[in-house]
Design a protein around this ligand. Structure first.
Ligand SMILES: CC(C)(COP(=O)(O)OP(=O)(O)OC[C@H]1O[C@@H](n2cnc3c(N)ncnc32)[C@H](O)[C@@H]1OP(=O)(O)O)[C@@H](O)C(=O)NCCC(=O)NCCS
Length: 195
């Protein structure tokens, strides 16, 4: 095979952190194949397919297929998802990750869900903060975005709680469920977030 021309940009690579990311209350670790039942159980909650791209109905086989896709995303630098687990028990509490990288523009979009059994106790806020710290420190990323549907008050609350700036509404911006939705544009820049 001929050598790559030097003018081509190097292929972007991302490496998972050597150790899980933790603040002592929640831990972000890589997903494992034995997490599929917990993912499927959490995704029975209608709020998750309502506000994310998780399909409905959702079975354990869907979770296993998504896990395989997740590992491909890490390998191809297209996404970087973490299981959010209880720091003490390792129980699955949710999912957080970078769902879309725009490497040329040094920007990425964050997505998350928290299982119904773990909500309203700061799990999403803690998980997003840990993810931002890691992404700004380890990746060539300058801007992180959260794009919740304008009606998703819980996710808007998470973005605000994590210090993201509300930049206004992107009208008819993204298909969520079966609908083209208006989304709030939230961003956090490197340097705005303590590392
Ligand atoms: C959005 C979601 C991840 C929030 O998870 P969570 O762990 O319960 O959120 P937190 O406890 O960290 O909440 C942080 C802040 O967000 C706001 N918030 C969270 N849930 C809220 C709700 N149901 N109603 C109003 N505000 C809410 C609050 O301001 C909260 O701070 P407070 O509890 O100190 O008042 C969870 O409700 C969920 O999984 N929803 C379905 C999937 C989804 O919407 N994903 C995001 C797509 S953009």
């Amino acid at each position: 095979m001929p050598p790559m021309p030097e003018s081509l940009p190097p292929k972007v690579k991302i490496a998972p952190p050597d150790e899980p990311l933790t603040d002592g209350v929640v831990t972000l670790r890589l997903w494992r194949s034995d997490d599929a039942p917990a993912i499927a159980a959490a995704c029975q909650d209608p709020e998750i397919p309502r506000w994310t791209r998780v399909p409905s109905p959702y079975a354990e086989a869907d979770a296993r297929a998504w896990l395989a896709h997740d590992w491909e995303c890490w390998a191809s630098a297209e996404g970087a998802h973490f299981a959010v687990v209880d720091a003490a028990s390792d129980k699955v509490l949710g999912s957080v990750g970078i769902v879309d990288f725009e490497w040329d523009d040094h920007r990425a979009e964050i997505g998350y869900w928290v299982a119904p059994w773990a909500r309203r106790r700061g799990v999403a806020r803690r998980a997003v903060c840990l993810l931002c710290t890691w992404a700004f420190a380890e990746l060539e990323i300058v801007r992180l975005e959260i794009l919740p549907d304008v009606r998703n008050v819980a996710s808007i609350g998470v973005a605000r709680a994590c210090g993201f700036t509300d930049e206004g509404v992107r009208r008819k911006y993204m298909v969520i469920g079966v609908e083209l939705c208006d989304c709030v544009s939230f961003s956090l820049l490197k340097g705005e977030h303590p590392v």
